[in-house]
Design a protein around this ligand. Structure first.
Ligand SMILES: Cc1cc2nc3c(=O)[nH]c(=O)nc-3n(C[C@H](O)[C@H](O)[C@H](O)COP(=O)(O)OP(=O)(O)OC[C@H]3O[C@@H](n4cnc5c(N)ncnc54)[C@H](O)[C@@H]3O)c2cc1C
Length: 530
């Protein structure tokens, strides 16, 4: 039985930074279900938000911007803590070797993104995530106290009494999980974008950490808040690719198949309206015209300028047969960011002793009803540091746990073939896109909810079974939880929009919470709300 001081599930920015911090206090294992770099972190483009220019920016302003995006559901203490730690987190990344861009005068080159009232986004050209991920991975691989197990899938958490003391881990090609024990377990498993037919997220984003934590009895919050990005390249069967909002900033227009622009009908700011308004407008037009995509057209701008401003996007479109400078390209909105997740306090502790969470899997209270661009990588690094401070500050952690009983299974997964499971996964993504996507309504949510119960009886809930089965098991559970919290929230706020309840309601200024032992989700007031 592999046994460590700390077991980290996931090797994105949150997992790797937690590992580097904890390595000073004991032996660390990271399990990562694919190649270590397969993560949303590696795909991040824009950068990391942090106050690095106090002449033109302030922590107070960054806090205000974050609270504004969160529309009344941010936890003020968490926002103050995470934003306040932003500059220190950025310096930690710099010390680890992340090569953020500098200006000619040597100062940081900071960009400004939607919702931020100052230039505060550190970046490495438009591939910031890859620069961070590869730098941290290099450090982790070179560290003698950290072991990284690629292609190892955490299928369930293990509790000894009330304390989380390990996880069941599937080795490659194995159907039977093995127990890995630790004094503390850290979930850093990212979001759940794969719940949807269209997503900007990598294939690994199947909400595993949320499902594992729920099954173990931890609290889960605000899953109904999924942020949708308005424009990803429509290319079924290929890896998703974001077409930056900066294109619209430079004059690109969204068009219907007949060539007409339509956003002005939805908002006077047209193409420059906020992300959620643009995504909803596209979704409404796609449903109205029964079309699979709309187009994004910047061909009326000088071609040389477009190529110079957007070299990576131009090259990617070109590789997929589209010349951005000459023709419109097909685009579709896509699930982009999971605002809710495993409830944690400012130290990163979940509601289960010994279980921590950092990064996109967590509900730290930073994002509330909507995430401010580039706050998520920041949350990964600050969340990691908080966990390190909490675990490192403990004079005595519990002893390493004793060997466990063998896993029990309610039903074998072998009844379903791999093909059948892949078909069910696609069906789930299609239903989620239609019923719990950008514009929701009560009837569709109710029908979807019933669907998840049927699927549960069909696929079972086996702790044994290969990764593709376990991922479907987790997606099904996340779909059920998300749909039920969307039904509970009879209002529209942030990135949750229900056409039967289009207004924001003050009696819903609360977190929606799921907990395994409570039959229904419930609302809980925001701690320290102002
Ligand atoms: C295209 C794109 C662009 C983005 N741009 C930005 C940006 O500019 N700025 C910003 O702040 N945010 C951005 N985001 C969001 C940001 O990238 C993510 O929120 C952040 O990287 C999440 O990091 P993480 O460490 O929590 O999870 P991830 O980076 O997703 O890592 C999760 C890890 O957990 C592993 N894992 C999952 N389940 C299991 C399991 N059961 N067993 C073992 N391992 C498991 C995965 O394999 C992976 O290694 C972007 C996201 C996308 C998709």
């Amino acid at each position: 039985m592999p046994s460590f001081d700390f077991l980290i599930i996931g090797s994105g920015t949150a997992g790797l930074s937690t590992a580097l911090g904890l390595s000073q206090f004991g032996r660390v294992a990271i399990v990562s279900k694919d190649r270590a770099s397969d993560s949303a972190s590696d795909w991040a483009q824009g950068g990391v938000a942090a106050v690095m220019d106090e002449d033109h920016d302030s922590i107070a302003l960054h806090i205000e911007d974050t609270l504004g995006a969160g529309m009344g559901l941010c936890h003020p203490d968490a926002v103050r803590h995470i934003i306040g730690q932003g500059p220190a987190a950025a310096r930690r990344l710099i010390d680890w070797g992340v090569p953020f861009d500098r200006r000619a005068d040597g100062n940081w080159h900071l960009t400004r993104e939607g919702g931020h009232r100052a230039r505060r986004v550190l970046h490495c050209a438009d591939t910031t995530g890859h620069a961070i991920e590869s730098t941290l991975l290099q450090q982790v691989r070179a560290h003698p106290a950290i072991q990284i197990a690629e292609a190892h899938f955490a299928s369930d958490l293990w509790l000894r009494g009330d304390r989380c003391a390990g996880a069941w881990v599937l080795a490659p090609e194995d159907d039977r999980p093995q127990l890995w024990t630790a004094r503390a377990v850290i979930l850093a498993s990212g979001g759940a974008g794969q719940l949807y037919r269209h997503t900007s997220n990598p294939l690994v984003a199947t909400g595993d950490g949320i499902a594992l934590a729920y099954r173990a009895g931890a609290e889960i919050a605000n899953l109904e808040f999924i942020q949708f990005h308005p424009t990803t390249l429509y290319q079924p069967g290929s890896a998703p690719f974001l077409l930056s909002e900066a294109l619209r900033g430079e004059g690109a227009l969204l068009r219907l198949p007949d060539g007409s622009a339509f956003l002005e009908r939805y908002d006077p700011r047209a193409e420059l309206a906020p992300r959620d308004i643009v995504a909803r407008a596209i979704d409404a037009e796609m449903k109205r015209h029964r079309i699979e995509y709309v187009t994004l057209d910047i061909s009326h701008q000088p071609g040389a300028q477009v190529q110079r401003h957007f070299p990576a996007i131009f090259a990617h479109c070109r590789a997929h047969g589209y010349d951005l400078t000459r023709e419109p390209v097909p685009v579709v909105p896509a699930a982009h960011y999971t605002c809710g997740g495993v409830v944690v306090d400012v130290a990163g502790r979940s509601s289960i002793d010994g279980l921590y969470a950092a990064g996109e899997v967590s509900a730290s209270g930073l994002h509330g009803a909507n995430r401010l661009a580039s706050n998520s990588l920041l949350e990964c690094v600050v969340g990691a540091a908080s966990i390190v401070a909490d675990l490192g500050g403990r004079s005595r952690l519990p002893e390493k746990p004793l060997p466990p009983p063998a896993p029990t299974s309610t039903r074998s997964s072998n009844a379903l073939s791999e093909t059948a499971i892949r078909t069910l996964r696609q069906a789930l993504q299609t239903t989620m896109w239609r019923a719990a996507g950008i514009i929701r309504n009560d009837a569709d949510l109710r029908a979807a909810s019933a669907n998840w119960e049927e699927m549960a009886t069909r696929i079972g809930d086996a702790v044994q079974g290969p990764r593709y089965y376990q991922e479907l098991r987790n997606l099904r559970l996340c779909a059920a939880l998300l749909t039920r919290s969307a039904l509970l929230r009879e209002e529209s706020r942030g990135c949750h929009f229900n056409s039967d309840h289009p207004q924001r309601r003050e009696d819903f200024a609360a977190d929606s919470i799921h907990q395994r032992d409570r039959p229904d989700p419930f609302l809980r007031p925001i701690p320290g709300a102002i």
